[in-house]
Unconditional design. Structure first.
Length: 569
């Protein structure tokens, strides 16, 4: 066989050995056999041919061949003689091609099933979206048009006020203290989404869909466990929405005729609020405005930086310009996809909002007020799907989205797998009578942030939101337990008056209802099994996710709503 045989052997061995090992690792970490997803081993292996390592193997093979001819060393010649024969080459080629043959055989037939596009617009709050009533700036004209012909939901509550736990809830249907992807690097624990937690993308992949993901936020990365279940996963924090869409389009082309599930996480609206040139100043932002970054956020919260309300308003305007850029970019893309894929379901949601001095602070993650956990959610669909359009005001939870998509696509959740906390609301899209029989859904949210000197160093928070009331309390297992806020959100939607001291019976009932769900649990620390690389650390620091501010436990800024000490908790 000579050089050709050895070249084939090297390339095939590189693909077979490395791909197989990675697939076995994923199979073990994801406990795929326990979930009935064992055949994903073959899908994962088939999706990992490894173009870069195949090229490296070819270069090494040619180099060894050259050495055997030009240098008087015996080991290259013996190596070639051992592996360049017909039988070794044929064997390793068969092994390398096995997943490409076996995966399609085991794959369920889903030729008549819809395609799904799930988009997260990072850091977009509900009350800055046009279809939800925002009128100061035209932030979302394209999404407004899609909402008018599709379905939009004004009562959607995120289960956390920062990216990692909120997105993990979106992709698992579990509350944060059950999926456990909740920690920040400063804590050193609970950094990753555990492989044993079954994800939405694993459910789609196991049912025959081609799955792909694109993320531009460093929290949503393979380093933190978010790659699991995706046959293709692109992560690059330097991409803007246009670049990310281009990458996503390549994955769609890769799917061919196979139905696909694509997750797209766009970080453009996250600070430092630096929209593309043509969008800068569209809503009155100035080039010389203060820049909100991880370090400047900490400086402002600690009092080292003195920003005026006008400074913060400039940031707010630049942030709104980012939203308008996202609207134009993804709106045009969605419209194009719907024309070419009449069997497509599109979901657009946000992970959390952003505060601009609503309670005396900036940024996100530090509280569970509505400006941070009330998020936009809308559906659009192709002409072959016959869902019911409309505007819905019922309170939903982000954790309800995953089971809804599974029901719309006819995918069963395995009985042997831990059930989702979310409940499908597919009936609102498929049944005209569903509105009349709707049962209100209270929403649970949490954050592991230590708080902020401007909002109060409260430590981790938990909240329970009903149609009229909202209860927020400090983590009962923390050193700062026993503090609470009770808001009548029907009469005080901006959450400015803490009624906990005046209405102890009400806050006791809210607290009992929250505990009755089983969702309020003590967090068991899980140490990370992977050292964070320096690039990821720097990216997280720039976005405010790395360092925490240490402040005395009792500190509360005058701008914040004071807590009520409830020592009987």
């Amino acid at each position: 066989m000579g050089i050709l045989g050895f070249l084939l052997f090297s390339i095939a061995l590189s693909s077979a050995a490395v791909g197989c090992w990675r697939a076995i690792q994923a199979w073990s970490a994801g406990e795929w056999s326990a979930h009935g997803d064992g055949h994903l081993l073959w899908e994962s292996w088939a999706a990992d041919p490894g173009g870069q390592r195949l090229l490296q193997a070819a270069v090494i093979a040619v180099l060894l061949w050259w050495l055997s001819r030009k240098i008087s060393l015996s080991w290259p010649r013996r190596l070639l003689e051992a592996f360049a024969g017909r039988r070794p080459v044929a064997l390793v080629v068969v092994v390398a091609l096995a997943p490409q043959i076996i995966a399609p055989i085991l794959r369920p037939d889903v030729a008549d099933k819809p395609k799904v596009l799930l988009i997260t617009l990072d850091t977009v709050r509900l009350d800055y979206v046009g279809w939800a009533g925002f009128e100061e700036f035209p932030t979302t004209p394209r999404l407004d048009q899609l909402a008018a012909s599709g379905a939009a939901f004004t009562g959607t509550i995120s289960q956390s006020s920062w990216t990692k736990p909120a997105t993990a809830t979106l992709l698992t249907g579990l509350v944060p203290n059950r999926h456990l992807a909740i920690g920040r690097p400063a804590s050193g624990s609970n950094l990753k989404l555990p492989g044993r937690v079954r994800t939405l993308q694993e459910a789609f992949a196991s049912s025959g869909w081609f799955t792909a993901g694109v993320s531009t936020n460093p929290n949503i990365s393979s380093a933190f466990g978010f790659r699991q279940g995706f046959m293709r996963f692109g992560e690059n924090t330097t991409l803007n929405a246009e670049n990310a869409i281009e990458m996503a389009g390549g994955f769609i082309d890769r799917a061919g005729s196979q139905p696909w599930f694509l997750y797209l996480h766009l970080n453009d609206a996250h600070y430092p609020y630096f929209p593309p040139q043509e969008w800068r100043g569209k809503f009155g932002s100035h080039e010389d405005r203060p820049r909100l970054t991880g370090p400047t956020e900490r400086g402002f919260r600690s009092g080292e930086l003195k920003w005026t309300t006008d400074d913060v308003d400039q940031m707010r305007r630049a942030w709104a310009e980012e939203i308008a850029y996202l609207d134009e970019t993804i709106g045009a893309w969605i419209e194009k996809l719907l024309r070419h894929h009449p069997d497509l379901i599109v979901v657009v949601v946000s992970d959390h909002g952003e505060e601009f001095l609503d309670h005396g602070d900036i940024g996100h993650g530090h509280t569970l007020n509505d400006e941070l956990i009330r998020v936009p959610l809308q559906f659009a669909w192709g002409r072959d799907l016959h869902f019911i359009p409309g505007m819905h005001n019922q309170q939903l939870r982000v954790m309800d989205i995953a089971p809804t998509l599974l029901e719309l696509c006819g995918i069963e959740w395995p009985k042997e797998t831990e059930p989702m906390d979310g409940i499908s609301f597919a009936s609102l899209l498929t049944d005209n009578a569903a509105e009349d029989s709707w049962s209100f859904r209270p929403a649970f949210s949490e954050t592991e942030s230590p708080g902020s000197p401007r909002s109060g160093m409260s430590g981790p928070l938990r909240s329970w939101r009903t149609q009229e009331w909202k209860w927020i309390e400090t983590d009962p297992w923390s050193a700062k337990s026993g503090r609470g806020w009770l808001y009548n959100i029907s009469g005080d939607p901006n959450e400015m008056l803490n009624l906990s001291a005046k209405l102890p019976t009400r806050h006791d009932q809210m607290r009992r209802d929250m505990r009755g769900t089983g969702w309020l649990e003590e967090i068991v620390p899980l140490l990370s099994d992977r050292k964070m690389d320096e690039d990821t650390r720097l990216e997280l620091a720039a976005l405010g996710y790395l360092d925490e501010i240490d402040q005395p436990a009792g500190t509360m800024a005058s701008e914040a709503v004071p807590w009520h000490d409830c020592l009987d908790f």
